[in-house]
Design a binder for this molecule. Structure first.
Ligand code: SF4
Length: 451
């Protein structure tokens, strides 16, 4: 009762998050930080005292979409008290000036490396009603301050950022300009945050970074974090994303053999199947290097499967280059692939290069996605009547006795159960599948115990 009254006195904060898992991690950390100044998270977007749009610059027409989102907030609050409106994330970093100039309704823009300042910004706005822009690259300071704020995320499966930024400068990508240069967090701090997540009930940890496998802190590499997490009995599963082929070092490849909790799905972006296009993109790896990595990983862990990203119709891509990409898809049989037509991002070197004719690009994307879908369908068909090990994350909303989890390859799995399965890892026999989900039954009297 007392707690309920206290909660009623607190202010409410709502965050709309776009983009990658790192933005999701950042949004959760913003909620952890703002608790210190009495802001309580709400899922209702129309009852916020502070409304945050955590933006992603990878989205096509990202800036236009942010202005559109701001318009929606204005509409939602037309007859209500205006919330403090803050734009965070990569669009705030890249277009902060423009947003503040064009939209007086926005109170502040804060870049992804400065959100540790958010409480001060909110207090300033509450007291002085001034517009603020904080877009410095303060990544070291950010993690120095964040280490004193407990990570309250209590999901079964949690993200943990270990590295940020990128020095690779692929010609199409905004990340080096919005997240800044590569920075790895302190090894001990990462393990201490992992312990917080464990004490909150997490049993799967996904290590995050724009170039997660470029992690380097003193002599520690990504593989050292994986081995350290493998030792923790409460952890059932470890994943990491997103990797660059250039940084698939021997020690990391070896971890795929040694660490039973390291899941056998690797998301390894390749972008194109043509060496010429990879060179044009400044990807710093070629097809041979990529295929060698795949071969050696398969040798170390025969269960491993792969996911990847593809840019179709990058400027200068010929039919021959495109066919090489299709052939690569057929050769590796990625079980998940994310493919898009190239679209220029302001401020990147590829922004002003002559684009492939849009009609040709569309046809290529359709053809590529058809190949990818067929491969995925074949893979899913083979799952029927197979047993998969599933970690259950939550009950399905509005569905009694249905539980949602993921198998080792991150396929969404739904089962019926009268017992609460949240947090448990169970063997499931697959019965059928739809486009996005597989359905199965728990194997009864299952004595399976996680490795
Ligand atoms: S390696 Fe990844 S994050 Fe870095 S520039 Fe290339 S695509 Fe962007």
């Amino acid at each position: 009762m007392v707690q309920k009254i206290k909660n009623r006195l607190k202010k409410k904060i709502f965050i709309k998050t776009f983009g990658c898992q790192m933005n999701e991690y950042d949004s959760n950390r913003i909620l952890d930080i703002t608790k210190k100044i009495n802001y309580l998270p709400t899922l209702k977007k129309t009852e916020a005292d502070c409304y945050i749009i955590n933006t992603c610059h990878i989205r096509e027409k990202a800036t236009e979409k942010v202005f559109h989102d701001i318009g929606r907030v204005k509409k939602d609050y037309k007859d209500k008290k205006k919330p403090i409106l803050i734009i965070t994330g990569c669009v705030a970093q890249a277009e902060g000036d423009l947003i503040l100039k064009k939209e007086r309704y926005v109170d502040a823009v804060i870049g992804p490396q400065s959100y540790q300042n958010i409480n001060k910004v909110i207090k300033d706005i509450e007291n002085k009603n001034v517009q603020r822009e904080i877009t410095n690259f303060e990544v070291i300071k950010k993690f120095d301050e964040l280490k004193f704020i407990k990570n309250n995320n209590s999901k079964v499966s949690s993200f943990l950022t270990i590295q940020e930024g990128c020095d690779k400068f692929c010609k199409f990508c905004v990340v080096p300009y919005t997240r800044g240069p590569e920075h790895s967090r302190d090894f001990k701090e990462i393990l201490s945050e992992a312990n917080e997540l464990i004490s909150n009930g997490s049993s799967e940890i996904t290590l995050l970074g724009q170039n997660v496998n470029a992690f380097k802190n003193n002599n520690k590499r990504l593989s050292d974090i994986i081995y350290a997490l493998e030792e923790k009995k409460e952890i059932k599963r470890i994943r990491y994303t997103t990797s660059h082929p250039k940084d698939m070092t021997k020690d990391l490849i070896e971890a795929h053999k040694d660490c039973k909790k390291l899941m056998p799905l690797l998301h390894l972006p390749i972008q194109s199947g043509s060496d010429k296009v990879l060179k044009d993109m400044n990807r710093k790896h070629d097809i041979k290097k990529y295929l060698d990595i795949i071969d050696i990983l398969r040798e170390k862990n025969p269960k491993i499967k792969f996911a990847s990203d593809f840019i179709i119709a990058y400027p200068g891509e010929t039919n021959d280059d495109f066919n090489k990409t299709c052939n690569l898809m057929k050769k590796i049989k990625f079980i998940n692939s994310y493919s898009y037509i190239f679209s220029p991002r302001p401020g990147t070197p590829a922004n002003n290069i002559k684009e492939v004719d849009f009609e040709i690009a569309k046809k290529r994307l359709t053809k590529f996605q058809k190949i990818a879908d067929e491969i995925k369908l074949e893979y899913k068909k083979k799952l029927v009547n197979q047993t998969v090990i599933t970690l259950f994350e939550n009950k399905v909303i509005n569905e009694s006795n249905k539980y949602f989890g993921r198998d080792e390859y991150q396929n969404p799995v739904i089962v019926y159960s009268k017992k609460n399965l949240v947090g448990l890892e169970k063997k499931v026999i697959i019965r059928k599948f739809s486009q996005h989900t597989i359905y199965g039954d728990i194997i009864e009297n299952d004595n399976y115990i996680a490795a």
